[in-house]
Design a protein around this ligand. Structure first.
Ligand code: XUL
Ligand code: CO
Length: 439
């Protein structure tokens, strides 16, 4: 296999003073942080679709980036060239995982049997590259949103025939995930939602989606796969209202339909902000429910109302994200998948590397700072003090659930009026974060 990214070697760690664009300033894979190497905390993954397929095409113009990698686009030769490019790219950056949709791997044929034959061919090719490099699969998924048959949804649509195609794609994508020794499988409800309630039976559609998930779990477990299923919440785009709106909604759905033992969340930063939350919020909601599974690492533009999938560079965001992840015990099956793409005018091979260097450094710095925040202890200490009143007396009985409404009212009557509840100290806490970040 000949080199594709000529002139770009293995990306070295050179430290924060380096001015070499093709070097890591903070990501030092083997450096021990909080008891384990950085790479074990961060578990970076490359998203096949953005990095190897997307050319920067948008609603107003054609792609700007050449992702042919020396082969004719739309052929199996191109599928193989993408795999070669992907493994070379990951090896040069020291990325140990990849994520894929079925149709990222091969051009989809008109007939599903032909698509599946192509998938078998590329799977053998990818398995060989995995053997050579030791690179693993973080998660797989099926694209149930691009093909016109999914115009009304996949599990949520109005056509049982289309539903069967969704099931067939999931079955094949699960087989591929198992073949690549993948640790996870994602359901992102790309068109599972609605445009108008005038033509939509929400309860009926949710039940059908749940059945599709249940049958998928049953199939995978029967094959002996014990990886983790994830829901990736997103509130809108492509549909006006997506059912898996945010972490809280998705967790409620999983509990309602008895799927919560097999599923966790795959939280994407830009999806959380589209839902009107911070990235940290959706991580916290997932973690407190024991469902923080994996992360799609990117960031949005708060001035825009859509999913811009930018490489993460806000160290405030990555720090608070890593703070939640560290405090929840870190990743097990999951990791940080860069569901991110270069801006359209960043169209060169160097730009591909620089996007990942930016994202990996931003998360490495976030990890270092989150670890410092935890060791510093002021944030956690303040939180403990803030609720101290609930550790004794009537406060403890409230938390235990033993105080009746009458008991509580009697306490108020005894006091006449309460003492002021104590400052929230937001500005002080924010200054602690700044001190750790820049001090
Ligand atoms: C779309 C998105 C997807 C999922 C996988 O917004 O994030 O790429 O991550 O289907
Ligand atoms: Co995503």
């Amino acid at each position: 296999m000949s080199e594709i990214f000529k002139g770009i070697g293995r990306i070295p760690f050179e430290g924060s003073k380096s001015r070499n664009p093709l070097s890591f300033k903070y990501y030092d894979a083997e450096r021990i942080v909080a008891g384990k190497p950085m790479k074990a905390h961060l578990k970076f993954a490359m998203a096949w679709w953005h990095n190897l397929s997307a050319t920067g095409q948008d609603m107003f113009g054609a792609g700007t980036a050449d992702k042919s990698f020396g082969a004719a686009v739309g052929t199996m030769d191109h599928a193989k060239a993408k795999a070669d490019a992907g493994f070379e790219f990951m090896s040069k950056l020291g990325i140990e995982y990849f994520c894929f949709h079925d149709v990222d791997l091969v051009p989809e044929a008109a007939d599903i049997n032909e698509t599946n034959a192509r998938l078998d061919e590329i799977a053998a090719y990818i398995e060989e590259l995995q053997k050579q490099t030791g690179i693993k699969c973080l998660w797989g998924t099926a694209n149930l949103f691009s093909n016109p048959r999914y115009m009304n949804g996949a599990g949520s649509g109005n056509s049982p025939e289309v539903y069967c195609f969704a099931a067939a794609q999931i079955k094949k994508a699960l087989d591929l995930t198992r073949r690549f020794d993948g640790a996870g499988y994602v359901f992102w409800g790309g068109r599972e939602g609605y445009e108008t309630l005038l033509n939509t039976d929400v309860k009926f559609e949710l039940g059908n989606i749940a059945n599709l998930m249940r049958q998928s779990v049953k199939y995978a477990r029967a094959k002996g796969w014990n990886g983790c299923f994830y829901i990736e919440p997103k509130p809108k785009e492509p549909t006006k209202h997506q059912y898996d709106y945010d972490a809280a909604t998705s967790i409620g759905f999983l509990k309602e339909y008895g799927l919560d033992k097999d599923f966790k969340m795959n939280i994407e930063a830009n999806h959380a902000t589209l839902a009107g939350h911070t990235f940290q919020h959706d991580l916290r909601i997932s973690a407190m429910n024991g469902m923080l599974g994996s992360v799609d690492a990117n960031q949005g533009d708060l001035l825009l109302g859509w999913d811009t999938d930018e490489f993460p560079w806000s160290v405030y965001e990555t720090t608070m994200a890593m703070y939640e992840i560290l405090k929840s015990g870190g990743f097990t099956t999951g990791g940080l998948n860069f569901d991110a793409k270069n801006r359209r005018p960043s169209y060169t091979h160097e730009d591909m590397f620089e996007g990942f260097i930016l994202g990996m450094d931003a998360f490495a710095l976030g990890l270092l700072k989150a670890d410092e925040l935890i060791r510093d202890g002021r944030l956690e200490g303040f939180l403990q003090d803030r609720y101290a009143g609930y550790r004794e007396g009537i406060g403890k009985r409230i938390t235990d659930g033993t105080a009746t409404l009458e008991d509580l009212a009697r306490e108020a009557e005894k006091l006449g009026k309460p003492a002021l509840p104590g400052s929230g100290k937001q500005e002080y806490l924010q200054s602690v974060v700044n001190q750790i970040l820049f001090g």
